[in-house]
Design a protein around this ligand. Structure first.
Ligand SMILES: C/C(=N\O)c1ccc(O)cc1O
Length: 326
């Protein structure tokens, strides 16, 4: 295995371009390793998805290709970018940008609960990322603290959503096509089922409510240790408890966002768009910080300096031998 530095099981091209080292994350679908791009010594993350992990071949292929398709198609500052992709008979290898701050899960755990303004900064970035996914017809479906990564060890940092393994691309559904044809021979449940479809995006809003609850409260809203109901029953009933000692210092506006997202009826649940307009997030200081992190001015400047120097002005270019020339 890789721990004995035996990299022979890796695709040759991957081995030639990257040096894989220690494990930095684990998931249901495999593991994530820290790797170094040999040519630049830059650090990256390599996610290894073991094809056998999924119960059926079809499932594995669909999930992984969906994940890879989505990873290569999306472009948002709060979504993890794919850099490279390889596969062997039994595994997929996805090279991803490295997030030095690790998983949000560990940050919340180590700090008991986040300060409200830090939770707000992270939550705003998550909302922006999910709003972008939804505007591109993509539902994440597996938003949880393990899938939110932090760019640095600092509280004020960029966050990125990862693990689109469970994502689904919203395609025209069979039901949509069915409702276009003649209804004469359709069973009633085809229509009554229609009243519940179209809310699939709302599943991500619920998950963001759970994520915000965990960031603010430091513990999950639904858990087997609370009361006598199963976690599933607590969720179905929408029964969560804000333990006073943990929530006393949290603002009413923040609690209001959580309460409007953890609504059982998806048609009554606050949407992502509505959450972005909520009073709690109309915080200019936070918004300026978030936009500075998401759209750092330096990146544009770098792009400018790559352009031809303005005509007439001496253009200083370094030759291979380090001399400047006009
Ligand atoms: C999946 C991933 N990056 O893309 C990642 C996962 C875990 C971790 O600690 C750091 C990371 O960068």
């Amino acid at each position: 295995d890789l721990m004995s530095d035996d990299q022979s099981s890796l695709p040759r091209e991957l081995r030639e371009k990257y040096l894989l080292t220690r494990r930095i994350g684990t998931g249901v679908c495999g593991e994530v390793r820290l790797a170094f791009q040999r040519s630049t010594c830059r650090k990256v993350a390599v996610k290894i998805i073991n094809k056998k992990n999924f119960q059926s071949e079809g499932m594995a292929t669909r999930n992984a290709t969906t994940e890879i398709e989505i990873l290569q198609r999306v472009d948002h500052p709060c979504l993890i970018k794919t850099e490279d992709f390889y596969q062997t008979d039994d595994s997929y290898y996805i090279v991803l940008e490295l997030m030095e701050g690790g998983e949000l899960f560990h940050r919340v755990k180590s700090q008991q609960q986040l300060q409200e303004n830090v939770a707000k900064l992270y939550f705003y970035q998550m909302l922006s990322a999910v709003q972008y996914l939804h505007s591109n017809g993509i539902i994440h479906r597996d938003l949880k603290p393990e899938n939110i990564l932090l760019s640095s060890q600092e509280d004020v940092c960029l966050i990125k959503v990862t693990d689109f393994n469970q994502s689904r691309i919203l395609e025209e559904s069979v039901l949509m096509r069915t409702l276009c044809g003649t209804p004469s021979y359709l069973a009633p449940e085809v229509f009554t089922q229609a009243s519940t479809t179209g809310y699939s995006l709302a599943v991500d809003a619920w998950s963001l409510g759970v994520l915000l609850f965990v960031c603010l409260g430091g513990y999950p809203p639904f858990h087997e240790s609370f009361g006598d109901k199963s976690v599933t029953d607590q969720i179905i009933l929408g029964e969560f408890t804000m333990v006073p000692s943990k929530w006393r210092h949290v603002s009413d506006q923040a609690k209001d966002v959580v309460r409007r997202l953890l609504v059982v009826d998806p048609s009554k649940r606050m949407s992502i768009e509505a959450a972005l307009q909520h009073a709690w997030l109309q915080d200019q200081g936070m918004l300026e910080t978030a936009h500075r992190l998401m759209y750092p001015p330096g990146e544009d400047a770098a792009a400018v300096s790559m352009q031809e120097a303005p005509s007439g002005g001496p253009s200083k270019r370094k030759r291979g031998d380090g001399d400047e020339e006009d």
